[in-house]
Design a protein around this ligand. Structure first.
Ligand code: PHB
Length: 390
């Protein structure tokens, strides 16, 4: 009798335990945020994690009856590690969404997992055009290099720059930047006597810059991933390239807001084209920058932070639209076509391509209140990724 009562109680207790647990599970909405928190791309991880946490602090961690849980994993920007982490997050943690992805190879390595498990993959940083074609479950909130590069290729020839040498990191986004800048610049009547590619990991720019000096172009067009811009700027100035009459131009990755203020006055006057500047003069952005700096000991948000912040917005709104019921397919459908005002300006997620359509700004490094900023002076509105027009 005693034993029976004990057994009965145990079964009840177990039922209660698992019952409660599964309810807790059902009430949770898990976002697996895979980022480079250490290594060469660590600034990207730091910026995106800070932005995601800010979004949650401002919008609450309860959405449509679900408690949002952010699970941050460091992939050290090694794609094999990204893939293993994505697998673990889907299989063990049963995340509802995969997000982050500091570099293109990491986003691509995760694509098959997103497809097989029908889990939306929100790409907040990586920017090679083809990424969104690697899985129908990928949605992008960052930008694409073709999108940013063609703006510069249109601006430069109208501003006395006829001969340009390109210098890019030798992988996806660099090759996109090189191709789309060059094709458009040649079309506009410019000349590109040389296209240089530097290794993605631990590049030494010195021998390449020497070559550029010898070629004496009007400008050097640069793409390096976020975090590497300061090294380029330093060596460019140390070699007196500016004094030799060579201008530095590029996509805004090179005058990254995370590093710009430490680059010194040598950076003044550098013109780049990009989708985000911390100096973007809108009330929404002013509020964002202020809140971000306040929450992060004065750290200035860069374009990676904005990709993370808007990525969280896209996820939150998809969860709301599906009334907390969304499986992968429903969430994905609710992410497509979202249109809103971001700190970068207006943006929308093209339902056809799942890629971001946004303004591209021309900006010049100037001093505002004693600090260096990318100050916007022109805008090309609602730019679709030119890489999708093929
Ligand atoms: C990328 O790997 O896709 C990437 C990384 C950093 C950037 C842009 C693109 O600034």
């Amino acid at each position: 009798m005693q034993k029976r009562v004990f057994l009965h109680t145990t079964v009840l207790a177990l039922t209660a335990f698992f019952g409660a647990n599964s309810v807790a599970q059902d009430n949770k909405f898990k976002i697996g945020l895979i980022l480079p928190m250490t290594g060469q791309q660590a600034t990207t991880g730091r910026q995106i994690e800070a932005a995601a946490r800010l979004y949650m602090a401002q919008n609450g961690d309860s959405v449509a009856g679900k408690k949002i849980e952010l699970i941050v994993k460091d992939d050290t920007s090694i794609p094999d590690v990204t893939k293993r982490l994505a697998q673990e997050l889907v299989v063990n943690d049963k995340v509802n969404v995969l997000a982050g992805f500091g570099i293109t190879p990491s986003a691509l390595a995760t694509a098959p997992i997103a497809t097989q498990s029908k889990t939306p993959e929100v790409v907040m940083a990586a920017a090679t055009s083809s990424i969104t074609q690697a899985s129908p479950y990928i949605v992008r909130t960052s930008f694409t290099l073709p999108q940013a590069a063609v703006g510069m290729a249109d601006w430069a020839p109208k501003n006395g720059i006829k001969k340009v040498v390109t210098l890019v990191s030798d992988y996806g986004p660099g090759l996109d930047a090189e191709k789309y800048f060059k094709d458009r610049f040649l079309f506009n009547g410019g000349q590109v006597p040389e296209s240089l590619r530097v290794p993605m990991r631990n590049p030494d720019f010195a021998p390449f810059l020497q070559k550029v000096r010898d070629l004496k172009p009007d400008a050097l067009f640069v793409f390096v991933p976020s975090g590497a811009g300061a090294a380029v700027m330093k060596q460019f100035l140390e070699r007196g390239m500016d004094k030799a009459g060579i201008r530095l131009i590029g996509t805004g990755d090179v005058t990254d807001d995370d590093q710009l203020n430490d680059m010194g006055d040598g950076a003044l006057g550098v013109v780049t084209s990009h989708h985000y500047s911390a100096a973007h003069p809108s009330p929404v952005n002013k509020k964002f920058v202020e809140a971000f700096e306040k929450a992060n000991k004065g750290l200035r948000p860069n374009f990676m932070a904005v990709g993370g912040y808007d990525g969280m917005r896209v996820i939150y709104e998809a969860l709301k639209a599906t009334k907390g019921q969304g499986g992968g397919d429903a969430l994905l459908a609710a992410m497509k076509g979202q249109i809103f005002e971001s700190p970068r300006g207006p943006m929308f997620i093209d339902a056809q391509t799942r890629d971001v359509v946004q303004n591209i700004y021309l900006r010049k490094v100037e001093k505002q209140n004693g600090q260096l900023y990318n100050v916007e002076f022109d805008v090309i509105k609602d730019v679709k990724d030119p890489g999708k027009n093929k």
